[in-house]
Design a protein around this ligand. Structure first.
Ligand SMILES: [Zn+2]
Length: 301
């Protein structure tokens, strides 16, 4: 039984690729003929944008089809060479049906500066994205380039920086794959602006954890839900993926060190250094103790 309800001749999906292409181009995420878009339409069939075409002006007839290994199976135009990147992601993560790759300037700037994207700053970013790993640089086009993303495709990851190149984001459909790119670039822009105003402020441990609780409740996955050893806001869930260089913060302050999501929070153990959260907890404990005493006293009467 197949769960696929379309195929390489699905005109509606070709139009959707063109529509996402227009958005990518109009947002300034892809200059000239940059960027590429794909959607999986069968067990071994993927629709993708062709090479050497402006993403803002594609027509459904321009869209090509390839198999999961990049062999062209339909279309009059030649498929993009970067589709191998899309296919590597689709093969590694079968739930991924759509991939968007482009060069959004703010996010790409982080990839060029090799500055890690801070976490625990903006609620939407925590909930929808989490850590955004950096795939190492490789000359675009070939299989070696496509394979650079493989160590970073942990469950819950849906966007990545391609070092010195651009971004790639993915999801169950084109719309969701695309809006991850929008979120990453908007966030990177906010970070750059905040730095000009004096710097970023990290959320405290309790608030950071609340966002991950919310994320879990909403049914989104995150590598921090699985990694015992990664801390709450540090860029460490992908540490073993980085063969040579783990990007180190230079432009921004290093993130605060909070225990990982699977560990108990410092404010729960009473050893918290932050005054406010522990004071809150002490008060709670005090109220509980007083209530218990009052109830006991009432019971004795
Ligand atoms: Zn590219």
């Amino acid at each position: 039984m197949t769960t696929w309800n379309s195929g390489i001749h699905d005109r509606r999906l070709k139009e959707q690729i063109c529509e996402i292409g227009r958005r990518v181009y109009n947002k300034g995420f892809a200059a000239a003929n940059d960027g590429n878009i794909s959607i999986r339409v069968g067990e071994n069939e993927v629709l993708c944008s062709p090479t050497m075409i402006c993403k803002g002006f594609m027509k459904p007839e321009d869209i090509c089809a390839v198999d999961l290994y990049g062999n062209q199976i339909a279309g009059t135009r030649k498929r993009t060479s970067e589709v191998l990147l899309h296919l590597a992601i689709m093969r590694a993560r079968p739930e991924v049906k759509a991939v968007v790759h482009c060069h959004p300037p703010h996010a790409t700037a982080f990839g060029v500066a090799r500055e890690p994207i801070p976490q625990c700053v903006l609620p939407e970013v925590e909930v929808f994205l989490g850590e955004i790993p950096f795939a190492p640089y490789e000359t675009p086009g070939g299989q070696e380039f496509a394979d650079t993303v493989l160590p970073f495709l942990k469950p819950g990851t849906n966007a990545m920086i391609l070092t010195n190149h651009g971004t790639v984001s993915f999801g169950p459909d084109l719309e969701q794959a695309y809006w991850k790119t929008e979120i990453v670039d908007a966030y990177c822009r906010i970070l750059i602006l905040s730095r000009q105003l004096g710097g970023i402020t990290y959320l405290d441990e309790r608030k950071s954890r609340e966002l991950l609780d919310l994320k879990k409740k909403l049914g989104f996955d995150d590598p921090r839900f699985h990694e015992e050893s990664c801390d709450l806001c540090g860029n460490s869930a992908f540490r073993e993926g980085y063969k040579e260089e783990l990007p180190q913060p230079r432009a921004f302050d290093a993130p605060p060190v909070y225990p990982g999501y699977l560990q108990s929070p410092t404010y729960a153990s009473g050893s918290a250094t932050a005054a406010a959260p522990s004071a809150g907890l002490d008060q709670e404990a005090l109220v509980k103790a007083i209530t218990a005493q009052v109830l006991a006293a009432l019971g004795q009467r």
